[in-house]
Structures are given as C-alpha cells and as structure tokens.
Ligand binder design. Structure first.
Ligand SMILES: C[S@@+](CC[C@H](N)C(=O)[O-])C[C@H]1O[C@@H](n2cnc3c(N)ncnc32)[C@H](O)[C@@H]1O
Length: 324
C-alpha cells in the first residue's frame, strides 16, 4: 500500500550525507521531560526498548538512564557512528544496530518501541504489524516529535525553504491522522512536555536547517548554500539579541498500537478470513449495524459469524475484516 505522504527511501538516504550528520546536534533536543513520560509508558519487564530511526541517539541516549537495555536501529551508518561518540552513546545498555526498521534482525520482546521523528520515513504496512509482534503484552509504540511552536520569522522562513528545498512536493502532514486514516494505528494517549526556552546563535540556527534532509548541503551548489544562508541571516538578525535567537521547544509523545482485528478465538487473532457485510444504518455513525452476508475463516470448520446475524461495530473494523 502506498501512502501519499511518506517520504520514501530516496529522501531517507539524505541522513547518510556527512553534511547532515555533522550538523545534526544543532537541531533542538527533546526536553528532558520527554524521557520521564516515556519512562511512565514502560509497564512490562525486562525494561527493554527498541528505538527505530534512532539517528544520533536523541531518544535512545537519554533513555538509557531509565531502562535496562535499548536496541537502537538506523539505516544510516554515519548517524550511528556519530551516536556512539556522544554523551550516553557508549553506554553498555545500548546496542546500535545498522539496518532498516522493516527487516533488521532484533531480539524481542520489548516493553516499548520509540520512533523519534522517523516513522514517516518507513513502510507503515510493514513496520506497524512488526512492532506489534515485537512488543510485550502492555507494550506500546511511542511516536516522539518536536511540537511546532510559533516564531515571528516563521512565514519568512517557509518562503525561503520553499525556494531551496530538494523535495518541493513535500507537504507537512499530521502523521497520526494519516496512520489512523489507513487503520494502521490506534491512539491510546498523547502528552506534551512543558515548553523549554532555548537560545542559539543565528549561525547555528541556520546550520541546523542544513541537518534536515530537504536542505542538505550535499544537494545544494555552493552558490545556493551561500544564498540560503545570506537570506536566512537577513531574516533572523532583526530578532536576535547579541547574536542569539531565543525560542521555545516542546516535546510531543503520542502512543498507541497497531489496530488489530477485533475477533479472536482462544485468545489468538484470526489470521485469515473473508467477510461480506451489508451496512444497515448510517455508515457515518461511530457504531453502525452490519448484517453478515458471508463470513468464512480459513482453517476453521464453522464460520465465527453466522450469516444474517446483525452486529453493532465500528465501520472501520468492518473495513479491516472485509480485507481478510
Ligand atoms: C529525522 S532523523 C531522527 C533521528 C532521531 N530519532 C531523533 O529523534 O533525532 C530520522 C532517522 O530515521 C532514519 N531512517 C529513515 N528510514 C529508516 C528505516 N526504514 N529504518 C531505520 N531508520 C530509518 C534516518 O536514517 C534518520 O537517521
């Protein structure tokens, strides 16, 4: 299944650019409260975590303080090499794994899976079912990100970005809404950290923009890079005090699970079924009445849903069941 918003492997490859890796530490760090929230999401033991798309370890390294073990996975070797050299990166609790979250060899089970600004690069149809299989009974997937905060230079920045981006078709989107739309994720909760005030030199703030895949210096000519930096300086200097920009950083954590079919037999979800339903009430109702026309389960003698029986279930579950 193709999702219109996913960035794809080609753009994810930009995180192998040395110019991106060298500037990645200038991107805003997650506020420390992010990790106390993640800690509270761990229920099962042993407290082992899988961090996917770990990059230089902005999630994995601070989490080492709270857990027994972390497997941190990234497809960019240069990002992993940098991660090992940073604070907490040499902790014996972390195992840095080079590979794709979709198929890298792992040692489950995990009490928590974390994805810091990385899930949108992955094949959702592959990774979401995979994470569900890797998790312990109370385990969840936590999607971690920096929550966009208003800054007075935002409008000006967007205009500059649009002229220099290497991916002009990219449209920012709400990942959670998209994941739920494709019935791949069921949100169980979300929290934001308190806002933390950060000061950064104008030069570092601009350099941090080149740590984004869409503004990698490896995709710009020297002239373009100089032009970008000059325009950014002109935009930002009026807001700087003694060369420093001050802005707020807020961490966002949304957690949940892969949506699983609601039908189970002997505690095990049905693996294969074929169903036809007839909607008998307004399908915009959150709970609609569906009449079973046909329901067969491969490997089961008797259909679990009788023909002509009527069920009150969410239309989105009917959608999953009907996929078989
Ligand atoms: C924006 S960085 C986020 C890094 C870190 N989690 C953070 O929060 O700062 C996205 C990372 O995802 C990695 N990535 C992209 N697709 C991946 C995949 N399919 N499997 C593993 N890592 C992937 C990239 O190499 C990159 O390091």
């Amino acid at each position: 299944m193709k999702h219109p918003f996913l960035h794809g492997a080609h753009n994810a490859g930009r995180f192998q650019d040395q110019s991106v890796v060298d500037r990645y530490h200038l991107r805003p760090a997650y506020p420390p409260e992010t990790f106390t929230i993640l800690n509270e999401l761990i229920v099962d033991e042993p407290r082992a975590v899988l961090d996917v798309g770990c990059g230089t370890g902005n999630v994995a390294r601070p989490l080492t303080e709270y857990v027994e073990h972390i497997d941190a996975v990234d497809l960019s070797l240069p990002m992993l090499e940098r991660a090992r050299t940073l604070l907490g990166g040499y902790s014996p609790k972390v195992r840095w794994l080079h590979g794709r979250a979709e198929d890298v060899e792992l040692e489950p089970p995990y009490a928590l899976v974390t994805a810091g600004e990385s899930l949108h690069w992955m094949e959702w149809d592959v990774v979401l079912p995979r994470f569900a299989q890797l998790l312990m009974p109370h385990g969840v997937l936590a999607i971690v990100h920096i929550v966009d905060q208003p800054v007075p230079w935002r409008e000006g920045y967007c205009q500059i970005e649009q002229r220099f981006t290497n991916n002009p078709s990219y449209v920012p989107f709400d990942w959670i809404v998209e994941l739920e739309k494709y019935v791949l994720f069921q949100k169980l909760g979300e929290r934001e950290t308190a806002s933390v005030e950060v000061s950064q030199t104008v030069e570092d703030y601009i350099a941090a923009k080149h740590a984004r895949s869409i503004l990698s210096l490896d995709t710009m000519t020297t002239e373009q890079a100089t032009q970008f930096d000059t325009e950014m300086q002109a935009l930002l200097l009026p807001y700087a005090l003694d060369g420093l920009l001050t802005f707020s950083v807020v961490g966002g954590i949304t957690w949940g699970n892969e949506v699983r079919p609601p039908l189970e037999q002997a505690g095990r979800p049905l693996q294969r079924w074929k169903a036809t339903f007839l909607a008998s009430s307004n399908s915009r109702d959150p709970l609609s009445h569906f009449v079973v026309v046909e329901f067969t389960t491969i490997g089961h003698e008797r259909p679990l849903l009788e023909a002509n029986s009527c069920w009150s279930i969410s239309p989105r579950f009917v959608h999953i069941l009907a996929q078989g």
